[in-house]
Design a protein around this ligand. Structure first.
Ligand code: AMP
Ligand code: ZN
Length: 287
């Protein structure tokens, strides 16, 4: 199999795009795909200061590198959630990444708030972790004058999340699955998902061809995600399913209106009297 662009030995045959590419031509092709998504859906602007949230996994590593290569103004943020040795190993990876791609890295530690994810009961771990990440990303971005937060969510992430919620009869979330979410309050920083049309395999191939450091470890707390497995299976049988699905979501009408309140403890935006993060601090903090 030969590379369609330069005739060297191809390392990947991308059936969906009907193209085989070599190690040198694939990264350029990948970057052109991301560039096209950003332009078509107005996901980011060149004059925005972008805070890129990196976990050390292939998706967010690919995100940081592709945004840097496309000429965006970015810094990275890693949140150390204090998950046993796992969080430390991921932190080492993003520190190495920061050197390799020459992008500044900011690190926040949940332990500075008096607790870690290891202090949370097993059955509440994933929701506490999600709450802490969203809260800290938003607050850090706002206080450091970033215009937008970019995350490495993939088409499989968004599709599996949407299907799970639709099956659960929960439609309020559909609005949150767009590639760019504008702010609904001055305390909330807009969010961008520049990789929303990308598949995990495409991100993997990008970090491998560029030999970027990344972690292959999954979170020790993460349960097996059946919805993800189902989504992989649908994609196997129907190539392009994920991309069609996430593009379709963009047109979903706003179905639920949010009622904005401010937390009585910290003043961040919430839908009740005390925000979900302060409830975590109250319950678990040793300070
Ligand atoms: P996840 O919620 O683990 O599926 O991750 C979704 C996205 O959130 C990743 O692509 C990253 O952009 C971001 N993210 C996840 N974990 C962290 C972390 N510990 N620190 C900073 N960003 C993270
Ligand atoms: Zn080539």
């Amino acid at each position: 199999m030969k590379c369609k662009k330069c005739n060297s030995r191809a390392i990947a045959n991308l059936k969906q795009y009907k193209i085989a590419l070599c190690e040198k031509c694939y990264p350029k092709f990948y970057e052109s795909l991301v560039k096209r998504s950003i332009k078509k859906y107005g996901i980011l602007r060149k004059d925005e200061r972008i805070l890129t949230a990196v976990s050390g996994g292939k998706d967010s590593v690919a995100l940081a590198k592709v945004l840097k290569n496309l000429g965006y103004e970015i810094e990275m943020l890693y949140i150390d959630l204090g998950i046993r040795e796992y969080s430390k190993r991921c932190k080492n990876v993003v520190e190495e990444l920061s050197e390799t791609i020459d992008v500044d890295l900011n690190v926040l530690k949940l332990s500075d708030f008096g607790f870690t994810i290891d202090d949370v009961e097993m059955r509440k771990v994933c929701s506490a972790c999600g709450t802490a990440k969203r809260y800290l990303m938003n607050k850090f971005a706002r206080e450091n004058k970033f215009d937008i937060i970019a995350t490495g969510h993939t088409s499989e992430d968004l599709t599996s999340f949407a299907i799970k919620n639709i099956v659960g009869g929960n439609f309020g979330w559909i609005e949150k699955l767009k590639p760019r979410i504008e702010s609904f309050d001055e305390k909330i920083i807009p969010k961008a998902r520049p990789l929303f049309e990308r598949k995990e395999k495409e991100n993997m191939l990008y970090v491998l061809t560029l030999k970027l450091p990344f972690s292959t470890e999954s979170c020790p707390n993460a349960p097996i995600n059946d919805w993800k497995e189902i989504v992989y299976e649908i994609e196997r049988r129907k190539i392009g399913f994920n991309q069609n699905f996430v593009r379709g979501l963009i047109n979903a009408k706003k179905l639920a209106k949010l009622d904005v309140k401010y937390c009585k403890i910290c003043g961040e935006v919430t839908t009740s009297d005390m925000c979900a993060f302060c409830k975590l601090v109250k319950r678990y903090s040793k300070n």
